[in-house]
Ligand binder design. Sequence first.
Ligand code: SF4
Length: 368
Amino acid sequence: MTQIIELSAPSSRGSTTGRSSNNAGLGPEAGTRQAKPGEAKAQREKIGQSEPSWTIQSILELYELPFLDLLLQAQAQHRLHHQPNTVQLSSLLSIKTGACPEDCAYCPQSSRYDTGLKSEALMPLDEVLEAARKAKENGAQRFCMGAAWRSPTARQVDAVAAMVAAVKALGLETCVTLGMLKDGQAEQLRDAGLDYYNHNLDTSPEFYGNIISTRHYQDRLDTLERVRGAGLHVCCGGIVGMGESREIRAGLIAALAGLDPYPESVPVNQLVKAPGTPLADAPDLDPIEFVRTIAVTRIVMPRAVVRLSAGRESMHDSTQALCFMAGANSIFHGERLLTTPNPQAQADARLFERLGLVPMPEAESCTP
Ligand code: SF4
């Protein structure tokens, strides 16, 4: 049951966005009480109808709020739409590693960079299933499979569809990321039991050419349209800490919010500086700026599951705690995130215990 929490005015500067507090900040009824059955949903729908269209400028105004005001607004939005103190545990498996022809400047799997990564062919179905079983035993509710392809062939989609069907039969929510899709492929994956397709915008349209030259922003949008057209849930986010400005980060969030409807799932990745990639020496992003990015994402896309994704391994526990306060409600669980290290399950369990967090109930995880 969603709780309406007791909070007072969001900002010492007043409404810098020019929106009603209903949209940008606090719940309209700010007294402490329990929502009646069905009320939270009705409220969600009401708010959904009045969600504003976000501009880069209005997103920058959120970024510029005093940190505590921003966190308060984000947490209030979070509690209007999600169970407080619950975090979805996802597991991500690289089912085909390396040798990717694309040139994404952050990625150790690109064949263009000498990163020392060992390429691996598509995993056999039984190994994928074994990994999915183990992930479920370790508490994962969602199993994501990633393949380093520019665009999968028909045979490759056949193989992945079989994996999706088998993983789904274990009772796990399924997600895949396979690159750009052609007509009909999203439908095939949907029919196999796929819940989400991941395809990140990565960064803002203006900065995209600095990061990737082998495909265009429009290619990403076209695949997202195919995914949406097939009736799949969209998982789409980006990466920060690639040397971009705050305005570029705001541009990414505006682009995500401008998808109609906005993604049900928004991974926010902090760059993992992989040796050998062009971004190996990118400047560190201030952790407070990262938390601000999570908070702004939560406010702008209040119903989405906001995924605290890559970069957690080097993130202090207190930064992660602030990210949860700012509205992150999913993490990737397990020792590796595709090809980069990730905090171990035990460290996550300890952090959850210290913070009083619990895994998201399965029923909630697929209905953002
Ligand atoms: S991010 Fe994906 S598309 Fe880009 S190089 Fe890596 S595996 Fe290839």
